[in-house]
Design a binder for this molecule. Structure first.
Ligand code: PLP
Length: 402
């Protein structure tokens, strides 16, 4: 029986888009306004500064594109690189795969280090590849910080150390789409040249704002390519066009004004909670989810604890069980949206997103729903076991340090 109305709130536990705090939702309920008015910069100018904080940057330049994370991948690559330039990257999940695919399709020469899904970037291998690149032909290293498809976080600080140890000048591009605003991210300290975010995850907004934080080194690389015929073509995602107008608070084309109001409010939320508290809360909620998975007798896709992501857990279902059926049943029967397994892990995993605006009891609802849906689909899980393990952990580990 297909329900036409699902009473109560939908429990949104995909790893983005995430739940939008009510006050952010209200802040976006604004009439249309003239984005070239004299009043407009009062909204926009502080945003460029305030957004830098979630990237862990004071040195960087933030640009807000009306786009999603995928557009910002393209913006980073096309503004800094030329046709047939070499880039080094690792593939260990669907999003690292898609970024590689984009890099190839726009004309870059992509060196791919294949890593098992459930692991992440290997700093030692990156260092070795860079050491072997005596002529510095590799122009950039691309890393997905948090692989949302498998629930794996790579160590960007270690990647930076690897690049420095090799004495290599390559730019460092980091996809922080499912980490920025929820996992520790220190763009200046890690010398990230292009840090890439989207609005619909840690920033707790609808999709539609693509955010990039650009280092002075990446800006220089971009400037050096001006007039070069081999520069990768780009128009909409041009940094220079944006940077001509942004300092005065304007955009070269029409921005999504409600999203900018939403961003102002979302940044206020993050600031009031304190970023270190936000990171701690995500860690506790991630660990509680992992306690539930262990109590179910199941495994996460992340192969070792060091890869565990605090924003998303991918849960491997037993052989012979279709994870897609669990996800569909959770939605139809319990009004719970779980994340699907993508590509190589389709049907093999379901994902619980624990990113953005959530707390203990909302997470326990998702764990309870996942448990019920698994049992309904024949997975041998003791009723209440995941909820018991997660709630015990949560009682002992407060979300807030003080
Ligand atoms: N990178 C990662 C790690 C993601 O999780 C996603 C989307 O989920 C993307 C990139 C693509 O971002 P978008 O869907 O905003 O274009």
């Amino acid at each position: 029986m297909a329900a036409t109305r699902r009473p109560g709130r939908n429990h949104l536990f995909v790893p983005g888009p995430t739940n939008i705090p009510d006050r952010v939702q209200r802040a976006m309920l604004v009439p249309s306004e003239d984005h070239r008015s004299v009043d407009f910069p009062a909204l926009t100018k502080p945003l460029f500064q305030d957004t830098k904080k979630v990237f862990g940057s004071t040195d960087g330049t933030v640009i807000l594109f009306p786009a999603s994370g995928t557009g910002i991948w393209e913006s980073a690559l096309t503004n800094t690189l030329a046709r047939t330039n070499k880039v080094l990257t690792s593939r260990f999940g669907q999003f690292s795969h898609l970024w590689i695919d984009m890099a190839k399709r726009i004309g870059l020469d992509v060196i791919v280090q294949e890593e098992a899904w459930g692991t992440g970037a290997d700093p030692a291998k990156i260092e070795q590849a860079l050491r072997e690149d005596k002529n510095h032909e590799i122009k950039a290293v691309m890393v997905v910080h948090n692989e949302t498809a498998t629930g794996v976080t790579s160590d960007i600080g270690a990647v930076r150390k690897a690049i420095d140890a090799a004495g290599h000048p390559a730019l460092l591009f980091v996809d922080g789409v499912s980490s920025i605003g929820s996992l520790p991210f220190y763009a200046d300290e890690w010398k990230v040249d292009c840090a890439i975010a989207g609005s619909q995850k840690g920033l707790m907004l609808p999709a539609g704002l693509g955010v990039i934080c650009i280092s002075p080194k990446a800006l220089k690389a971009s400037e050096a390519l001006r007039g070069n015929n081999d520069r990768l073509a780009h128009v909409y995602f041009d940094w220079e066009d944006m940077m001509k107008q942004n300092p005065a608070g304007y955009f070269p084309y029409t921005p999504s004004v409600p999203l900018l109001y939403g961003l102002r409010e979302a940044l206020a939320c993050l600031n009031e909670e304190g970023l270190e508290n936000v990171y701690h809360r995500h860690h506790v909620l991630g660990e509680a989810t992992r306690q539930a998975v262990a109590a179910w007798g199941l495994k996460t896709c992340a192969k070792e604890p060091k890869w565990n992501s605090d924003t998303v857990t991918a849960i491997v279902v037993p052989e012979g069980v279709d994870a897609a059926a669990i996800i569909k049943h959770a939605f139809v029967r319990y009004n719970l949206a779980l994340g699907a397994g993508l590509s190589e892990v389709a049907g093999k995993v379901f994902r619980i997103g624990h990113v953005g605006d959530l707390n203990e009891l909302s997470l326990l609802g998702a764990i309870a729903g996942a448990e019920m849906s698994m049992i309904d689909n024949g997975v041998k899980v003791t009723p209440g076991s995941g909820v018991a393990a997660a709630s015990s952990y949560l009682r002992e580990n407060p979300l807030f340090k003080s």
